[in-house]
Design a protein. Sequence first.
Length: 102
Amino acid sequence: MFAVVDIAGQQFKVSESEKHFVPRLNAEPESEVVFDNVLLYSDDAGVKIGTPNVDGLKVTAKVLEHIKDDKVLVFKKKRRKDYDKLNGHRQHLTRIEILTIG
């Protein structure tokens, strides 16, 4: 059994008791969040495809922690023009564990 869920503008394929890194959520660690933007649901009975969402389906997840991802370096250079620039950033992520689909 799995579902495709829209979380903060990104689509994730989730199953129960899986852990995922998603974009930063406004929720405290150890709290539960509910995602109701279920785009697709599959189990032994068959596949349900939403238009755009599957009605009556929700995914419940537990927030485990908030972290920062590894640093991404952005380097720009124009040859023979004495121009180079180095920027970097660390993405803010939330680690969640999927509790129930249904």
